[in-house]
Write a protein that binds this ligand. Sequence first.
Ligand SMILES: [Zn+2]
Length: 86
Amino acid sequence: MTTAATRHVPVRTCAGCGRKAPQGELLRFRAQDGELVTGAGPGRGVYTCRRLSCFERAADRRAFARTLRRTVRVDRELSRLYTGRS
Ligand SMILES: [Zn+2]
């Protein structure tokens, strides 16, 4: 369904469930000093859906480290990004 009216939207894959979604629907993480941090920044990124279950699944499966190709510590406090509480 490629038409001239279709704007190009970068598609990324959730590290938790494997769902592909427009980048804007997903949360981005990256490695910084060996820690998983959220937000834009240099280097490889890893994405999850905005669902806590996807974050937990990705953390349990070490999908963050695998996707980033480096060892990262996953702070479970990051889960508050998904619950809306801070
Ligand atoms: Zn997901």
